[in-house]
Design a protein around this ligand. Structure first.
Ligand code: URA
Length: 211
């Protein structure tokens, strides 16, 4: 497993505004979108391309295009939806699948309540998006789901990660697959309710309100 922490002043600035509890939901949504666009640039560094012939106004040349099978972006519902546009803005030809997962607040285990993904992911590059890598339970289940269906590699894009969750992922993945985690920052620790500290609170609630 590889970990990439985006080291950029704009990322740090936007993340600080997201952390502020006074930031309103509309501003929070807009900033998540901007931040994900910056993270997507890092996360797509190894996206596969193939040569394509291009006629410029003055010459023939060879360029590249994103190779098939097309990359698959998978937001984990519900909070991951707030990151979808930021990813597809940079990769508009990517396909999108959905995975509905939530943690049981008592056992902290991941429960899958919805799934709209192809059964066969052979050779696909997959981009899982979920704002908070806390205990790692949801992402372990989501990564397993993709690798078990043949995904070639999985890049996970998160706003924040906790060291505890990163360790769970690292121990679980081992050499099961090619997994990269891209985050804006790794925070200090998880509290007793599995919230990331200092974190930004409940990402889903801050994006969409408490429903
Ligand atoms: N999920 C969140 O939305 N926030 C946390 O701090 C941890 C998990």
């Amino acid at each position: 497993m590889r970990l990439h922490v985006a080291d950029h002043p704009l990322v740090a600035h936007k993340l600080s505004v997201l952390r502020n509890k006074e930031t309103s939901s509309p501003t929070f949504r807009k900033l998540v979108d901007e931040l994900v666009t910056l993270l997507a640039y890092e996360a797509t560094r190894d996206v596969r391309t193939e040569p394509v012939a291009v006629s410029t106004p003055v010459a023939e040349t060879t360029g590249v295009k994103i190779a098939e099978p097309l990359p698959l972006v998978v937001p984990i519902l519900r909070a991951g939806l707030g990151m979808l546009d930021g990813m597809t803005r940079l990769m508009p030809t990517a396909e999108v699948g959905f995975l509905g997962m939530q943690r049981d607040e008592e056992t902290l285990e991941a429960i899958t309540y919805a799934n709209r993904l192809p059964d066969d992911l052979t050779g696909r590059q997959c981009f899982l998006v979920d704002p908070m890598l806390a205990t790692g339970g949801t992402l372990v289940a989501a990564i397993d789901y993709l690798i078990d269906r043949g995904a070639r590699d999985v890049t996970v894009v998160c706003l924040l990660a906790a060291p505890e969750g990163l360790k769970v992922l690292e121990d679980h993945i081992g050499d099961r697959g090619d997994v990269t985690i891209v985050v804006a920052a790794v925070d200090d620790h998880l509290d007793e309710n599995a919230y990331i500290i200092p974190g930004l609170g409940d990402a889903g609630d801050r994006l969409y309100g408490v429903v």
